[in-house]
Design a protein around this ligand. Structure first.
Ligand SMILES: Nc1ncnc2c1ncn2[C@@H]1O[C@H](COP(=O)(O)OP(=O)(O)OP(=O)(O)O)[C@@H](O)[C@H]1O
Length: 558
C-alpha cells in the first residue's frame, strides 16, 4: 500500500486511516487530550449532580453545556450531535431537545483564504470567473461558507467554499472516535443492536460524501430530475465549470428562508400553500422517488416570490430501496387505520425489531402509546408526538432505529416543525394522508394497487368504511380528481388482474345475505358532486371504445 495522505483520501476508509495513524500516534495525542478533557469535565458535572441529588434541577443546564461542548469541538462533533439528535433510542429526551438546536453557525474563516481556495481549486483568478463576488460570506456553516456573486457571463451565483483542512481534521476525529468506540462499547448501557464501530463507520462514510462538493452537485441534479415535472419545486442548477471537490458554484436562489415567516407573508405568499408543497414533496421523496433530502432544515428551504419552493444543500441525501418505500406506505396506512398488529409486523420488516422478536406483547403497547398519539381523529396525528411517545417504547421493548430511519425520522420531524412554525395549527395528516390516499387510489403501479387491496380487505372482508375514508381524505388533496381515479378503478376491476377484486366485491356486496346498498349509496353520495354528467359520459364512451364486446363478454363469463 502506498503512502496514505489524509488530504488525498476521497472515500472514508477506516483501515487506511487506522494504518496511517497507528504509525504516527503523535499526530493525534493533542487532539485526543483536548477531547477527553472536554468530556471528562462534562461527565464530572453529571456525576456531581448525581451526588448532590440535583439531576432534575440541573438537567436543562447540562443539556445546554453538552451542546456548547460539541460546538467547541468543531465540525465532526457538531455533525455527531446532529446525528444523535435523531436517536431517541440512544439519547435522553432533554438532551435530544438541545441537540436538535445544534446550529451549523460557526465563525467564518478568513476571506483571503477562501478566495485563494477558489483560485487554486478552479485554476483561474477570481476576476476571470466572477464579475463580482461578495467580499464577506453571506453564511458560514460547519463545513463551508457561502459567497454571493455574478459570473462574468452574468448569471447570479452562490459559491460554497469548504473550510480549509477539513478532511484531515475529520479523518483524525473519526479515527479517534472509532478507537474510543471499540473499547468503550462494552461499558456503555446502550441498546444498539450492532457494533458501535459500525455506527462510526456509517457516519464517516456519510460525512465524507458530504464534504465532496462534486457529489453534492450530482445529488442536486438527480433531485432536480426527480422533480422535473413539478412546476412548484425549484432546484438550483450547478455551474460545473466552476465546481470542484471543495468549491461549489450554483444558481443563486432569490427567496425567503422558511424561517422568515414575516417576509413570506409580507410579500403576499400564502404559508399554507408553501407548507402543502413542502409536505407533499417531502412525502414524494420518501414514498415515490426514494431519494430524499436528509437535512431539510428551514435554512435549506426557500419560498420564492412566484410561489415555488426551492431546496438547497444536497450534501446529505439518502436512497431508499423499493421494498422499504412500500413498507413505509404500509406502515403509514396501518398506523392511520390503527392496525397495530400489522404495524408491529411492518416494524419487523423495516428493521426496527429483529425477526425473532415476540411481537405479541408489543401490539398492545403500540396501541396504548400510538392510539393515544393519534387520538380519536386521524387529524390529531403528528410526528413529533409520535416520536416522543415512541422514545418511551424504545426503552421498554427491543426497538432500535436503523441508521436510514434516523435520517427519515429527522427529515419528517423537521419538515413538520417547519410547517408548524408557519402555521401553529398545522396537521401533517391533513396534507400527508390525502397524498397517500390519492396515490393508493390512483395506484399507478401494480405494487401500489396491491397495497390498496391490502388496505381495503381485512381478514378477507371488504372494508367499506376504509374506502369511504380514503375517498373523503383524498378529496381534500388539491390534485385528486375522482373521475380519472374511478375510470382507472373500473379498468382495473375489468382487467385480468382485477379478477380477485371482482370476486371479492361481489362477495362484499352480498355479504351476510343482504345486498349492501346503503354502503354503495354512501359512496355514491360522496363522489357524485365530482362527477358531472357530461364528464361521466366522456369516460363511459372512452371506456366502451377501449373494451371490445368480446372482452366484456369474456369478463362476465368468468
Ligand atoms: N443557491 C443558493 N442561493 C441562495 N443562498 C444560498 C444558496 N446556497 C447556499 N445559500 C446560503 O448559504 C447557507 C449555507 O448553505 P448550505 O446549507 O448549502 O451550506 P452547508 O455548509 O451545507 O450548511 P448546512 O450544513 O448548515 O446546511 C444557506 O442557508 C443559504 O443562506
Amino acid at each position: 500500500m502506498g503512502q496514505y495522505q489524509s488530504t488525498e483520501l476521497k472515500q472514508y476508509n477506516p483501515e487506511a486511516i487506522a494504518h496511517y495513524f497507528r504509525y504516527r500516534p503523535w499526530l493525534v495525542w493533542g487532539r485526543l487530550l483536548s477531547i477527553i478533557w472536554s468530556f471528562a469535565g462534562f461527565v464530572f458535572s453529571l456525576k456531581w449532580d448525581e451526588w448532590q441529588e440535583k439531576i432534575e434541577e440541573n438537567q436543562g443546564q447540562r443539556a445546554i453545556e453538552l451542546r456548547n461542548l460539541l460546538t467547541r469541538l468543531g465540525p465532526t462533533f457538531i455533525k455527531v450531535g446532529q446525528a444523535l439528535s435523531t436517536r431517541p433510542d440512544l439519547i435522553r429526551k432533554d438532551f435530544l431537545a438541545e441537540l436538535v438546536k445544534l446550529q451549523d453557525q460557526l465563525p467564518p474563516f478568513d476571506n483571503a483564504l477562501a478566495y485563494q481556495i477558489i483560485e487554486t481549486e478552479l485554476d483561474r483568478s477570481i476576476g476571470e470567473i466572477f464579475r463580482d463576488l461578495s467580499p464577506q460570506p453571506v453564511a458560514a456553516a460547519s463545513l463551508g461558507q457561502v459567497y454571493h456573486g455574478h459570473l462574468v457571463s452574468g448569471e447570479e451565483v452562490a459559491v460554497k467554499v469548504q473550510r480549509p483542512n477539513l478532511r484531515p481534521l475529520l479523518t483524525k476525529d473519526l479515527y479517534l472516535m472509532r478507537w474510543v468506540a471499540s473499547w468503550l462499547a462494552p461499558w456503555l448501557p446502550l441498546n444498539l443492536g450492532h457494533d458501535l464501530t459500525l455506527i462510526v463507520d456509517e457516519f464517516g462514510t456519510k460525512l465524507f460524501e458530504e464534504i465532496d462538493y462534486i457529489n453534492e452537485g450530482r445529488n442536486a441534479e438527480k433531485f432536480a430530475h426527480n422533480f422535473r415535472n413539478d412546476p412548484q419545486v425549484k432546484v438550483p442548477g450547478i455551474h460545473w465549470n466552476y465546481t470542484s471537490n471543495h468549491v461549489l458554484t450554483l444558481e443563486w436562489i432569490n427567496g425567503f428562508k422558511l424561517t422568515d415567516t414575516q417576509n413570506i407573508q409580507a410579500v403576499g405568499l400564502d404559508p399554507e400553500a408553501i407548507i402543502q408543497i413542502g409536505v407533499t414533496t417531502g412525502l414524494q421523496q420518501l414514498l415515490e422517488h426514494g431519494f430524499f433530502h436528509a437535512d431539510p432544515h428551514p435554512g435549506n428551504l426557500f419560498a420564492m416570490s412566484d410561489g415555488r419552493m426551492a431546496y438547497i444543500d444536497f450534501g446529505m441525501m439518502d436512497q431508499l430501496e423499493e421494498t422499504t418505500k412500500e413498507s413505509l406506505v404500509d406502515a403509514l396506512v396501518h398506523l392511520v387505520n390503527k392496525d397495530y398488529a400489522d404495524l408491529a409486523a411492518d416494524f419487523v420488516k423495516l428493521g426496527f425489531l429483529t425477526a425473532n422478536t415476540n411481537i405479541a406483547p408489543i401490539v398492545p403497547a403500540l396501541e396504548a402509546v400510538l392510539g393515544n398519539a393519534i387520538g380519536k381523529n386521524v387529524n390529531d396525528f403528528n410526528f413529533k408526538t409520535i416520536t416522543d411517545e415512541f422514545s418511551e417504547l424504545m426503552y421498554e421493548y427491543p426497538f432500535r432505529v436503523p441508521a436510514k430511519f434516523a435520517l427519515i425520522i429527522r427529515s419528517l420531524v423537521t419538515q413538520e416543525g417547519i410547517a408548524l412554525s408557519l402555521n401553529p395549527n398545522f396537521k401533517i395528516v391533513e396534507v400527508g394522508y390525502p397524498y397517500i390516499a390519492r396515490r393508493l387510489l390512483t395506484g399507478e403501479s401494480p405494487a401500489l394497487r396491491r397495497r390498496l387491496l391490502n388496505v381495503l380487505f381485512k381478514d378477507g372482508k371488504f372494508q367499506w368504511q376504509r374506502l369511504e375514508n380514503l375517498i373523503t381524505i383524498a378529496r381534500t388533496d388539491s390534485q385528486f380528481d375522482v373521475l380519472p381515479t374511478a375510470k382507472m378503478g373500473l379498468e382495473f376491476i375489468l382487467s385480468e388482474e382485477g379478477k380477485f377484486l371482482r370476486r371479492q366485491l361481489v362477495l362484499a356486496l352480498t355479504e351476510d345475505d343482504r345486498l349492501h346498498t346503503e354502503e354503495v349509496q354512501r359512496l355514491w353520495d360522496l363522489v357524485k358532486d365530482d362527477l358531472p354528467p357530461n364528464r361521466l359520459l366522456n369516460v363511459a364512451i372512452s371506456l366502451l371504445t377501449e373494451f371490445s364486446k368480446e372482452s366484456v363478454a369474456a369478463i362476465l363469463a368468468k
